[in-house]
Design a binder for this molecule. Structure first.
Ligand SMILES: Cc1ncc(C[n+]2csc(CCOP(=O)(O)OP(=O)(O)O)c2C)c(N)n1
Length: 694
C-alpha cells in the first residue's frame, strides 16, 4: 500500500492555542504528550511516534488530568499492591507510557526522556519491567502484553476471592491494557481473550487503538476481522465506535466498562495514527520512524506549541500531577488494610508474605520433608514423581497455582483435592485449554501481579508454541515453573511429532532459564525445590513419561543435586567419565558395569541442570569432571550444548527426528543402550590412548 492510503476521514484538530499557556486544557495536555513523544523519538532518531500521537486522548481519558483519572495509581509507590495495573501491549508506543509516567510524577526525570533508547537509560526502546518505575510488564512482542494483562486480572480475581472478607475489601483493582491491530492479529490474543471471556474477568478493560494501519500499510489487505463481533463471541462486553480523539467519549466508554463487572470489556477507539503530524498523519510512514525536523517544526506550529523540545509548561505538569491523588488512594487502602489486619491478623500477614513473594518461614523444613519423601519413592516416571512433589508443595504453599494446556492427565500437574478455578474465582488449578502460548503468557502476568507461583504443563515438544513467553519470563526474571513432560523419544508410539529432539538444547539457549532434566524422584524433588527457591527466574522441568529407577545416594550426593551436576558413581582411577541426564542416567550406570567387566573403570556424573553446574566454582567443576579424564555425554536430545563440556570427548545424542515405535525399540535403534554406550566409551578411551605419545 502506498503511504498516502488513509483510513476514514477524521475530524480535523483544532490548532489555535493561546501563547503562552493560560491554563492547561485537556487539549494542551494531549499536545504535551504528543510533543514529548515526538521530541524523544527525534532525539533518538529511533522509535515509534505514530501510536503515541494517535492514542494521546485515550491516554488522557484513562490517566486523567486534574485528579480526574480513571486509573488508580500512586506515582510515589509503583509497587502498592492494590493499584490498578496498566499494560501497554502495543509496546512500540513506549514513549506514550514514558511521557505519562514522567508527567504524572513517577521517578522518571525529563533527562531520562531525553535519553530515550540510549544505553543505560530508564527509557529503553520498549517498556521493560524493573527498568522504569511504573512499567508493569515488558512489552514489545505484540499480543503478549494483552495475555499478561489477562494473567494480572486473573490473579486479582483469585486473590480477591481468597483474601477479601465481608466488610473488608483489600483486593479490588482493575487491569487496563492498550493494544493495536498488531496485538489483535497475533494468535495469542485469541487464546488469551477467549480464556478471559470464559473466566469472566470483569475487571479487565482493553482499549483498542483502531487506526487501520500497521507497518505494511492499511490493514484492509490482511486484517478484515469484525473485531467487535469477535470479542462479543468470546463473551466480552464491547463498546463499539468510540471516537478515540474525543477524551470525553473515551471516558464515557471507560465508565461503561467499569460498570460491567461480569465480563471483560473491549473499548473500540477509532483513531488516526500520527495524529497531529501535518503531512504524515494517517499513513504508515509515521508508525516507526522519526518524523524529521521539518515535520516536527510544522507540527509545533500547527498545534500551537511554542516551546523548545522537552520543555513542559508548569501548568501542564500541574494538570497531570497524580501524586496527591495517588497518595490519597494508597492511604485509604492502607487504612482499610490496617482494619483488616485488626480483624484477621494471620490473613493480613499471609497476604503481605504472598505479595512479597517470600516463602514461609518453615520452608527449610518443608523442603527437607519433600526431599525425604522423594528418596523413598523407588522406580517411577519423573512426571509421576513431580506430581507427588506438587501435592506436597501445594499443601504447604497456597501461592502455588497449577494448570495444564489440556494435558492434565499426561503432565500429572494436578493433585488430590485441588479445586479448579470457578466462576467466583476460587480454586488453585486452571485448565488453560489447548492454549500453550497464552498459558505461559498468563502465568507471566500472574507472577508479575504477585501473590502466586504459577506452574503449567504441556508436552516438551509443544514448548515451541509458547517459546517467546518463556523468553519473556527469563528476560523479566519471573518465577514461573514449566512442567514439560514426555521429554524424549521415550514418548514412543505417538511418533516424531510428539518426540522432542532439539527442545532441551534450544531451551538451554535462553539466558536465565533453568532447565532441569532429573533422572529419578529425588532429583525431581530437588529440581522442584530449586525452582520454587529461584525468586528471580523461570524454570523448565523436563520429565519422563516412562518409569525410571530410583538411585541410591549418600548425604553429600543428595545435597550436591542442587549444584546441577555431581558424581553419582565415583570411580578410583577412572579412565573416562560418563555424564548423563534424565532417563539416560540409568543407562550410563549399566554401561559402567559392562565397562568394569571389560577392565575399563569409569565414573558416572548425573547432570540434571547444565546451567547450574556451569555456574559452580572452578574447583567444584574440576572435582566432578577432572581435567584430562575423557568425557562422554549421553542425552536423548540434540548434542550441541554438550560439546563445550566434553572437549575432545564424545556425545551420544539425537541428530535426527524420532520414529513411531515402542520406546524400547527406539532407544535401541538410536543407540541409547548400555552396550552401545559402552562401545562409544571404549572407542573414546582407545582414541585417547592412541593420541598420547608413547
Ligand atoms: C510478535 C511481533 N511481531 C512483529 C513485531 C514488529 N512490529 C512492531 S509494531 C508492528 C505493527 C503493529 O501494528 P499496530 O498494532 O497497528 O500498531 P500501529 O501501527 O497502530 O502503531 C509490528 C509488526 C512485534 N513487535 N512483535
Amino acid at each position: 500500500m502506498p503511504d498516502d492510503v488513509k483510513g476514514p476521514a477524521m475530524p480535523v484538530l483544532a490548532t489555535a492555542r493561546p501563547h503562552p499557556l493560560a491554563s492547561a486544557t485537556p487539549e494542551t495536555c494531549a499536545t504535551a504528550l504528543r510533543m514529548l513523544a515526538v521530541d524523544a523519538v527525534e532525539a533518538a532518531r529511533s522509535g515509534h511516534p505514530g501510536m503515541p500521537l494517535g492514542m494521546a486522548e485515550i491516554a488522557l481519558a484513562l490517566w486523567g488530568t486534574g485528579g480526574n483519572g480513571v486509573l488508580r495509581h500512586n506515582p510515589a509507590n509503583p509497587g502498592w499492591p492494590d493499584r490498578d495495573r496498566f499494560v501497554l501491549s502495543n509496546g512500540h508506543g513506549s514513549m506514550l507510557l514514558y511521557a505519562l509516567l514522567h508527567l504524572t510524577g513517577y521517578d522518571l526525570p525529563i533527562e531520562e526522556l531525553k535519553r530515550f533508547r540510549q544505553f543505560g537509560s530508564r527509557t529503553p526502546g520498549h517498556p521493560e519491567v524493573g527498568v522504569t518505575p511504573g512499567v508493569e510488564t515488558t512489552t514489545g512482542p505484540l499480543g503478549q502484553g494483552l495475555a499478561n494483562a489477562v494473567g494480572m486480572a486473573l490473579a486479582e480475581k483469585l486473590l480477591a476471592a481468597e483474601f477479601n472478607r465481608p466488610g473488608h475489601t483489600i483486593v479490588d483493582h482493575r487491569t487496563f491494557v492498550s493494544l493495536g491491530d498488531g496485538c489483535l492479529m497475533e494468535g495469542v490474543s485469541h487464546e488469551a481473550c477467549s480464556l478471559a471471556g470464559t473466566l469472566g474477568l470483569g475487571k479487565l478493560v482493553a482499549l483498542w487503538d483502531d487506526n487501520g494501519i500497521s507497518i505494511d500499510g492499511h490493514v484492509e489487505g490482511w486484517f478484515r476481522d469484525d473485531t467487535p463481533a469477535r470479542f462479543e463471541a468470546y463473551g466480552w462486553h464491547v463498546v463499539r465506535g468510540v471516537d478515540g480523539h474525543d477524551a470525553q467519549a473515551v471516558r464515557a466508554a471507560l465508565d461503561a466498562a467499569l460498570a460491567t463487572t461480569d465480563r471483560p470489556s473491549l473499548i473500540c477507539c477509532r483513531t488516526e495514527i500520527g495524529r497531529g503530524a501535518p503531512t504524515k498523519a494517517g499513513t504508515h510512514s509515521v508508525h516507526g520512524a522519526a518524523l524529521g525536523a521539518a515535520e516536527v517544526a510544522a507540527m509545533r506550529d500547527a498545534l500551537g506549541w511554542p516551546y523548545a523540545p522537552f520543555h513542559v509548561p508548569d501548568e501542564v505538569y500541574q494538570a497531570f500531577d497524580a501524586r496527591e491523588q495517588g497518595a490519597g488512594l494508597e492511604a485509604a487502602w492502607r487504612t482499610r488494610f490496617e482494619a483488616y489486619r485488626q480483624a484477621f491478623p494471620p490473613l493480613a500477614a499471609e497476604f503481605e508474605r504472598r505479595m512479597a513473594g517470600d516463602l514461609p518461614t518453615d520452608w527449610p523444613r518443608i523442603a527437607a520433608a519433600i526431599r525425604g519423601a522423594a528418596a523413598e519413592a523407588g522406580a517411577v516416571a519423573t512426571r509421576k514423581a513431580s506430581q507427588e512433589v506438587i501435592g506436597r508443595l501445594a499443601a504447604q504453599l497456597p501461592e502455588l497455582f497449577g494448570g495444564s494446556a489440556d494435558l492434565t492427565g499426561s503432565n500429572l500437574t494436578d493433585w488430590p483435592g485441588v479445586r479448579r478455578v470457578n466462576d467466583e474465582g476460587a480454586g488453585r488449578y486452571l485448565s488453560y485449554g489447548v492454549r500453550e502460548f497464552a498459558m505461559a503468557a498468563v502465568m507471566n502476568g500472574m507472577a508479575l501481579h504477585g501473590g502466586f507461583i504459577p506452574f503449567g504443563g504441556t508436552f516438551l515438544t509443544f514448548s515451541d508454541y509458547m517459546r517467546n513467553a518463556l523468553r519473556m519470563a527469563a528476560l523479566m526474571r519471573l518465577r514461573v515453573i514449566h512442567v514439560l513432560t514426555h521429554d524424549s523419544i521415550g514418548v514412543g508410539e505417538d511418533g516424531p511429532t510428539h518426540q522432542p529432539v532439539e527442545h532441551a538444547a534450544s531451551l538451554r539457549l535462553i539466558p536465565g532459564l533453568a532447565v532441569w532434566r532429573p533422572c529419578d524422584a529425588e532429583e525431581t524433588a530437588a529440581a522442584w525445590i530449586a525452582a520454587v527457591e529461584e525468586h528471580a527466574g523461570p524454570s523448565a522441568l523436563l520429565l519422563s513419561r516412562q518409569g525410571l529407577p530410583g538411585q541410591e545416594r549418600t548425604v553429600e550426593q543428595r545435597t550436591a543435586i542442587a549444584r546441577g551436576g555431581y558424581i553419582l558413581a565415583p570411580q578410583e582411577g577412572a579412565q573416562a567419565v560418563i555424564v548423563a541426564t534424565g532417563s539416560e542416567v540409568s543407562l550410563a550406570l549399566a554401561a559402567r558395569e559392562r565397562l568394569a567387566g571389560a577392565g575399563i573403570p569409569v565414573a558416572v556424573v548425573s547432570m540434571p541442570c547444565l546451567e547450574r553446574f556451569l555456574a559452580q566454582p572452578r574447583a567444584y567443576r574440576d572435582a566432578v569432571l577432572p581435567p584430562g579424564v575423557p568425557r562422554l555425554v549421553v542425552e536423548a536430545g540434540h548434542p550441541d550444548p554438550w560439546w563445550k563440556l566434553v572437549g575432545d570427548g564424545d556425545v551420544v545424542g539425537m541428530t535426527t527426528f524420532g520414529e513411531s515405535a515402542p520406546a524400547d525399540a527406539l532407544f535401541e535403534h538410536f543407540g541409547f543402550t548400555p552396550d552401545a554406550i559402552a562401545e562409544r566409551v571404549k572407542a573414546l578411551t582407545a582414541k585417547v590412548r592412541a593420541s598420547k605419545p608413547s
